[in-house]
Write a protein that binds this ligand. Structure first.
Ligand code: URA
Length: 241
């Protein structure tokens, strides 16, 4: 058991600045082992998991996992000399945690983006060997049909001889929209696959990544922490609530 200062632990979650942590403590909103912690130098065990802020249990000392509804117009990168990135949507304390996007969405693609500082999990999710399914909603010029679905299922060969793994395509409604399921992540892959079928993509949104589904309550630009169950599922797809 290693004890650490409560102000340091709370600030390390990236949810509050040091100043905000001081306020929380002063206002008696932090409970450690059931008792209000009033002094910043008070110590607690980050592993014991009994730190509550406003009645909510706060995981301290571990990695941070954030689900972002990426809007169009921002780069999926931690920084860029010329263009705004998704990091500007996070509050400064969280930005200072060193989070990074797990994989990239194009600047004009919207939808589910996971951000974390857990390098091992990011590596596992992006590993070509893991074949994590990513589901996209695409709006296309023209109409996709069963022949397009069969072509993607057979593994398309793109320009330059680039062979894709078999992918899913489910036409929706009149076929001007479809769900595309990829098990890999080549550059501009959905756009290139549908363009190769003569159905250029007009809009693209990622709906899910493995077991993680975009929270319908998040508007573009909004984010939330993953629940402990979502984190467990990402680490071990067979996890149960
Ligand atoms: N495929 C694309 O073409 N773009 C994305 O952003 C993601 C997948």
């Amino acid at each position: 058991m290693s004890l650490e200062r409560i102000d340091k632990l709370l600030a390390s979650t990236g949810r509050w600045s040091r100043k905000e942590v001081k306020q929380l403590l002063r206002q008696g909103r932090v409970l450690v082992n059931g008792r209000p912690a009033a002094r910043p130098e008070e110590k607690a065990d980050p592993e014991a998991g009994d730190i509550l802020v406003d009645g909510e249990r706060v995981a301290c000392g571990g990695f941070v996992y954030v689900m972002l509804h990426k809007p169009a117009g921002l780069l999926s990168a931690t920084e860029d000399p010329r263009q705004p990135t998704v990091m500007q949507l996070l509050p400064p304390p969280l930005r200072r945690r060193g989070l990074f996007p797990v994989g990239r969405l194009d600047k004009d693609t919207t939808g589910l983006l996971l951000l974390t500082d857990d390098g091992a999990l990011a590596h596992a999710l992006l590993s070509p060997k893991r074949h994590v399914d990513k589901v996209y909603l695409a709006q296309v010029e023209g109409r996709v049909d069963a022949q397009d679905a069969a072509a993607l299922a057979g593994g398309l060969v793109l320009g330059g001889g680039l062979r894709c793994l078999p992918a899913g395509l489910e036409p929706l409604g009149d076929g001007s929209r479809c769900l595309v399921t990829l098990r890999e992540g080549k550059y501009h892959q959905v756009k290139r696959m549908l363009a190769a079928r003569g159905k250029p993509v007009l809009a693209l949104k990622r709906l899910s990544m493995g077991p993680l589904t975009l929270d319908g309550k998040l508007e573009p630009g909004q984010w939330r922490y993953l629940t402990p169950f979502e984190v467990a599922q990402l680490k071990n797809p067979g996890a149960r609530p």
